[in-house]
Structures are given as structure tokens and as C-alpha cells.
Design a protein around this ligand. Sequence first.
Ligand code: SF4
Ligand code: SF4
Ligand code: FES
Length: 271
Amino acid sequence: MADIQQTTNKQHRMLKISILRFNPQDPESVPHMQTYELEESDSMTLFIALNELRDTQDPTLQFDFVCRAGICGSCAMMINGKPGLACRTLTRDLPTEFTLAPLPAFELIGDLSVNTGKWMRNMSERMETWVHMKEEEVDLRKKEVPMDPQLAEDIYVLDRCVECGCCIAGCGTVRIRPDFVGGVGINKIARFRLDPRDTRNDADYYDIVGDESGVFGCMSLLACHDFCPKELPLKTQIAFIRRKMAEQGMRGYDKVLPTQKKAIPIKPARQ
Ligand code: SF4
Ligand code: SF4
Ligand code: FES
């Protein structure tokens, strides 16, 4: 009973949320910060706060979300200057006054909404992020070749990328070179390089990431690793792929030689 009384009487903080507002579709729109006040509730996430603001104060506020569970990657934004997922950020972990802005480097749709899908699609097409098999046509009657469980687990770790764009928003190289593939792109090469079904070798991967828009453009400041909300091991993957591509550049392995699909130690990013 005393606990219930305590919860009822609990004082909630008043939040002051300053949001960068701009609608590129409206010729009258000018970028500006707009501040909203909102009473915090228990376990409030930024996603809940934004929906409450839109429902009760400003129906014109634009932002994206789909899953509310850190799976779709669509609610990424700059939270007090750092990239993060709105649905995975608790307001109690933020000060009472904070700012929200759209992710840089992506096409702005309006306010906090950006077109990460267009950027990711361009990158995926350029890097051919799919399994390249020898057979022209897949024979569905053929028995599947079982994969070593540890290798499947290692591939799964890298495959957890939700294409949220936080690594791109935090990347210094992207600001200088808009064609840079970032942590997300290099991680995808690491993922397919590990996959025994992908018949490409290091000469093929070198054609894709062996230049300054790929691994050799990376400045290794590792903001991508620090801001990845899925805690992908980007630090180890970037270092590993850069080493392999440097070897390829120096030794010039032939395209016909298969690449050894050696697993690299994959640990959770924050360890
Ligand atoms: S690597 Fe991490 S930060 Fe980058 S897009 Fe994937 S999940 Fe997001
Ligand atoms: S380590 Fe490389 S990919 Fe990651 S943020 Fe820095 S420059 Fe970008
Ligand atoms: S709404 Fe899907 S990751 Fe946040």
C-alpha cells in the first residue's frame, strides 16, 4: 500500500525538448529550434515523448518509427549531439533540457525524419551486398549444406545491423567524402567474406572496398563503433578487412584463387 502511495505521489520532471524543425518541401520553412515542455512519465522513452508531443502539442512534428524495439533502425536521430535510437533511449538518462536533430549525411525528409533507406540502397547496390553463388540458378531440390554452428553464429553477429545510420552520422570521413561506405558498408563486406556460400575472393572484395571510398578512407577514430546501437564489433571488422585488403593490394592475389574463409575472433563491441 505504502509503495502504491509512493508511486502515485512521485514527482515527475518537466522536460524541455528543443527540436530542430525544417521542412525542405515548404519554401517558407526556415531551419530553427523549437522548444516543447513535457512532463516525464515512468520509463518514458524518446519515442513515447515524441508521440506524446505530436498527439498533444504539435501534429506537424515529423519523425520515423516502425518497431519501437530497436529492430527496424528507423528512429535514429541526434540526441543531444550524439546518434542514437529514440525507441531505445530513456528520457531519465538525459538531462531535463536536451536537443533532438535529424541524422546528418542523409537526405532530410522533414524535422527528425531522414531518408536512410535511399543511402543504404545505394551503398548495397554499389557493394553488391548479397551472397554471390557459382550456380546461375538455385536448385531448390538440392540438399542444403549444413554450416558449422560457430561460423553461423559469427555471421549472425555481423548480420544484426539494422541499417539505422548511426555509424554514418558519427563518421568524420563521410563529412569529407560523401561516397564513403562507412562502418555499415565495411561490416557488410566482413559478413559476406565470412560466408562460405559467397564465392567472391579478396581480389573481388578489393575491387569494391580497396580504395578511399572503402577501407582506405577510414580514419579509425571509431565513432561508428562507439555509436552503433546494436553493439556490432565494427572496430575489429574494419581493422581485419583493412589488413586483408592491404595484403591483397600488395600481393595482388589472382581472381581465380579462392579466399580462405577464416573466422576472426568476434566479440561483442563493448567488451
Ligand atoms: S553498423 Fe550499427 S550503427 Fe551502423 S547501420 Fe548497422 S546497426 Fe546502425
Ligand atoms: S572508424 Fe572509419 S568508418 Fe568508423 S567512424 Fe571512423 S572513419 Fe568512419
Ligand atoms: S522504432 Fe524501430 S528501431 Fe526504433
